[in-house]
Design a protein. Structure first.
Length: 455
């Protein structure tokens, strides 16, 4: 059975020690009932070393001391708080957890080395330090054997060095083509071979997630009618049933590529997201419609969904993003809820397309009664957590965060529009202390995967 966790804030390097000696404070020795001169083993991730424990009453209660060569051989990180647990049965001390976030491309600019993700990574690094977790950020493209070229946050700046592979990896590769590349596949194979867990297993496209959710009868009432656009007959069958529909690319994100089709007495109105001009085209007949959308779709696969007559805020459409995170016990928990309000007559409400965000509860009380608002918000949280469990069970692989998008129609029915495997970190309302609520759940989950269970 593992001991309680000891938190280490200082590792002092002392050349007077032997290269196999580790000095610990008497408080640590007393906690674990350790005698002076104990012969034991120290492990840090893939490194292991036989050592001699020396108990000292002069060390601060959160400090340890070792020879510089010992520090280097173990591959420990400088300026990093760390945890230590003792396994008396195996007579072994374990250091960690060591968490890494893997990205695709890293711009490397001094002010924002990770582009739009930089504020989130900084907050993650600061929170990891406070939780005594070592933390780095790196690209899968910078793998060198069992080391990676990465960044550690030290003294309010990112330090670029060569670091050992982490004990657990948080997958934030933001592009599907990169994640599916040969180099990325080899990277994840290396992790699997080394026994290193990683979460946010892979991207899933819209039709795939719809099929996964459809397998659960309890979710079916909340899924819009969703079909694959495989032929012109599919399109016109859908338009015969619904006067206004959306065409969505299998693999689009942030509203890119979405087309809104409206059947009118004179033909078809075609609307596009703001990043493509926000303009509207008109087709007088079926052939014109097919020609226009074929040019826009560019041979990409699309799904079709009916337009939902949503509740509006001052004439603007609104949807809701619920963020679910795994906690240290491996249970899905909803940690934030925001409302995303689109521009008037916009095709989408995404922030990247000009939408604005507010706290979900404030918006719900504007469009629903106070009692109904509280009930609906609670229901969306519960539905998101259940859906997260369904997706992970049906899809396989390990996931740690999922973002669910919901819409409420005029009849006050909740619809689940889609799930985001790697939700944007710009679509989070931060608390007054500038912390991201998801981080305080995600880091303990990662630590547990690394072998450092909750206390």
């Amino acid at each position: 059975m593992l001991s309680s966790i000891f938190y280490i804030s200082t590792i002092t390097l002392n050349e007077a020690l032997l290269s196999n000696q580790l000095v610990i404070p008497d408080k640590m020795a007393s906690l674990w009932k350790i005698d002076n001169k104990l012969q034991s083993t120290l492990t840090f991730h893939m490194k292991s070393k036989e050592m001699e424990i020396i108990v000292s009453d002069r060390l601060a209660s959160s400090a340890i001391e070792m020879h510089p060569r010992f520090f280097q051989e173990m591959g420990l990180l400088k300026q990093a708080n760390i945890q230590c647990i003792y396994d008396p049965g195996a007579n072994t001390f374990h250091l960690g957890p060591y968490i890494g976030t893997v990205l695709g491309d890293i711009p490397g600019e001094m002010e924002a080395p990770f582009g739009p993700l930089t504020p989130y990574m900084e907050e993650m690094a600061k929170t990891a330090h406070a939780m005594h977790c070592m933390f780095i950020v790196f690209s899968y493209k910078k793998l060198h054997g069992t080391f990676v070229e990465g960044y550690q946050y030290q003294h309010h700046r990112w330090v670029k060095l060569l670091y050992p592979l982490p004990q657990v990896v948080y997958n934030r590769i933001g592009r599907r083509d990169q994640e599916c590349s040969r180099q990325a596949r080899q990277f994840f194979q290396r992790l699997t071979k080394a026994g290193i867990p990683y979460f946010n297993d892979r991207f899933l496209h819209k039709w795939e997630t719809h099929l996964l959710f459809s397998r659960d009868p309890s979710l079916q009432p909340y899924l819009p009618d969703t079909r694959v656009l495989g032929s012109k007959n599919d399109l016109f069958d859908m338009l015969a049933q619904y006067p206004q529909i959306y065409l969505k690319p299998f693999r689009g994100k942030e509203g890119t590529g979405i087309i809104r089709l409206t059947q009118t007495p004179d033909g078809y109105e075609i609307g596009y997201p703001d990043d493509e001009g926000g303009r509207t085209e008109f087709a007088g007949n079926r052939d014109e419609l097919l020609t226009i959308i074929a040019t826009r779709m560019k041979k990409r696969q699309y799904i079709m969904q009916p337009m939902i007559k949503t509740k509006e805020v001052n004439g603007s459409p609104v949807d809701f993003r619920i963020l679910c995170i795994k906690n240290q016990y491996g249970l899905w928990k909803s940690c934030s809820a925001i409302a995303r309000i689109g521009q008037k007559n916009a095709v989408v409400s995404n922030l990247a397309k000009g939408g604005t965000q507010r706290k979900a509860h404030a918006v719900l009380t504007e469009i629903l009664s106070e009692e109904k608002a509280a009930q609906t918000e609670r229901f969306m949280h519960e539905l998101a957590c259940h859906s997260a469990q369904v997706l992970e069970t049906e899809a396989g692989g390990l996931f740690g965060e999922l973002g669910f998008d919901f819409m409420i129609d005029q009849a006050e029915h909740v619809w689940m529009l889609e799930v985001n495997i790697k939700p944007s970190k710009g679509e989070v309302i931060q608390f007054s202390d500038n912390s991201f609520p998801s981080i305080k759940l995600l880091l303990p989950f990662a630590a547990a995967l690394a072998g450092f269970p909750p206390v």
